[in-house]
Design a binder for this molecule. Sequence first.
Ligand SMILES: NC(=O)c1ccc[n+]([C@@H]2O[C@H](COP(=O)([O-])OP(=O)(O)OC[C@H]3O[C@@H](n4cnc5c(N)ncnc54)[C@H](O)[C@@H]3O)[C@@H](O)[C@H]2O)c1
Length: 252
Amino acid sequence: MADFDGKVALVTGGGSGIGRATAIAFAREGASVVIGNRNSSAGEAVVKAIQDDGGKASFLRTDVSLQDDVKALVEHAVATYGRLDVAFNNAGIGGAAGPLADQSADNYDEVMGTNVKGVWLSMKYEIREMLKTGGGAIVNNSSVGGLLGFAGVGIYSASKHAVMGLTKSAALEYSAHGVRVNAVNPAVIRTPMAEGLAKMRKIKPDDFSAVHPIGRIGEPEEVADVVLWLCSDKASFVTGTATCVDGGFTIQ
Ligand SMILES: NC(=O)c1ccc[n+]([C@@H]2O[C@H](COP(=O)([O-])OP(=O)(O)OC[C@H]3O[C@@H](n4cnc5c(N)ncnc54)[C@H](O)[C@@H]3O)[C@@H](O)[C@H]2O)c1
């Protein structure tokens, strides 16, 4: 029997990169997967890939920074598959790069809206559903930028620190009620977001290899494996943690 047989998993930002890999991994392990993504064609393509592989998946266009969208996404999960057991709050954006004093208020609002408000709204509606069925597990996608400062992406780093605050506080409030809440903290992972970061610096994603003691960048599937473990019963005594998936980046 697969780890997630009969379970319902929600993935925000499941149309690309780490979210895409995690949605596919949940489906392969038996879960019915609900994908919320701002970009419809990308989200629908992942649903098709899962269905072609024999899995169960459904998509609803969602902007996680909008309360009504997030509420509708969780309602869609319950209406389609009857319950919600696990969630990966992954949708995130990098925003504009550059020194803090040069950043615009619009960029601040956009990054905080998706990366922080989006994670809070997602947990708000997911937790309400999970409490109805006796519990569940949530993983929020932070970053090594949620643990360390990063020159040139200060607003992004602040948003990912806020994800850690939300994760720890939710774990304190809901772990005793059966909802475990953890974070993953990836370093550079081979996704369109990392490609964008590399392009801005006029380098290739693999040029980031040297900053990781392990000697390479990460693959989205390597983050997905950790998310699935954190959402599984094998992690039954794990809550409120920052889980580095970073090739040793943060031990330097
Ligand atoms: N790639 C990395 O190196 C890396 C490292 C650390 C953390 N992360 C985090 O991982 C998460 C996923 O990043 P990725 O690298 O897979 O990026 P990606 O750009 O490949 O995927 C992000 C997905 O989120 C969706 N999205 C963006 N804003 C949204 C919104 N407001 N509502 C709904 N969907 C939205 C996009 O459409 C896209 O499908 C992000 O939170 C990111 O900060 C990535």
